[in-house]
Design a protein around this ligand. Structure first.
Ligand SMILES: [Zn+2]
Length: 209
């Protein structure tokens, strides 16, 4: 627990190994342009594991900047994660996830040299892992629902891989899997498509490791 300067969080190093591409050809134009390997994660002291994961942006989550990253839109980290960041730390602006996906690729900047994740709840961690996939892959973004399948799969696999270090139960993982499946189903409906739900099958996901 970091307690200096009134900060209240634990720091973890999460394993985020590269996964195979599960979605069709053409979804990404530079899949795995940077191999993901790990993510530094600041977990709030009073971590909430119950707020469900929906299509809404998570509260109390931000990517805190580890270096200047002047090519990324930024806001003071404390605006978003309070005591999970010091007063002079910056964070990727919450509206800047898509910008970061483009700019990290353009600059060939390794995401883990630029950003760590701070979150007050499991919902924030799930979306942070989802975004971590975006940051290591680049796509034309003309098939958003399909793009998100790859990012959801990565988030779920990485969550499973780190469940012991995070103290996450199999039931908690299963609930997030079902919630992300629900979000994905809505995306496909929104694009007039039908989701093949086997992409979210638990055994299939765990088999990607
Ligand atoms: Zn996404």
């Amino acid at each position: 627990m970091s307690s200096s300067l009134g900060l209240r969080y634990e720091t973890f190093t999460l394993a985020t190994p590269p996964l195979p591409r599960v979605v069709p050809d053409g979804i990404f134009d530079a899949f795995g342009w940077c191999e993901s390997d790990r993510l530094t994660f600041r977990r709030g002291a009073a971590f909430d594991a119950t707020t469900p994961t929906t299509s809404q942006n998570p509260a109390g989550m931000a990517f805190v900047m580890l270096s200047e990253c002047s090519f990324l839109p930024r806001e003071l980290a404390r605006m978003h994660v309070g005591d999970l960041a010091s007063a002079d730390e910056w964070a990727l602006a919450p509206y800047g996830i898509d910008d970061a996906t483009d700019e990290l690729f353009k600059e060939r900047a390794r995401p883990r040299d630029c950003l760590c994740l701070a979150a007050r709840n499991l919902d924030g961690l799930v979306w942070g892992l989802h975004d971590w996939c975006h940051f290591h892959n680049h796509g034309p973004f003309d098939s958003p629902a399909w793009t998100e399948v790859q990012c959801d799969a990565s988030a779920l696999v990485w969550l499973w891989l780190n469940r012991d270090v995070l103290g996450l139960s199999a039931d908690e993982w299963e609930r997030r899997r079902a919630q992300l499946l629900g979000v994905s189903r809505e995306r496909f409906v929104g694009e007039g498509l039908v989701l093949d739900e086997s992409f979210y099958d638990g055994a299939r996901l765990r088999g990607l490791l």
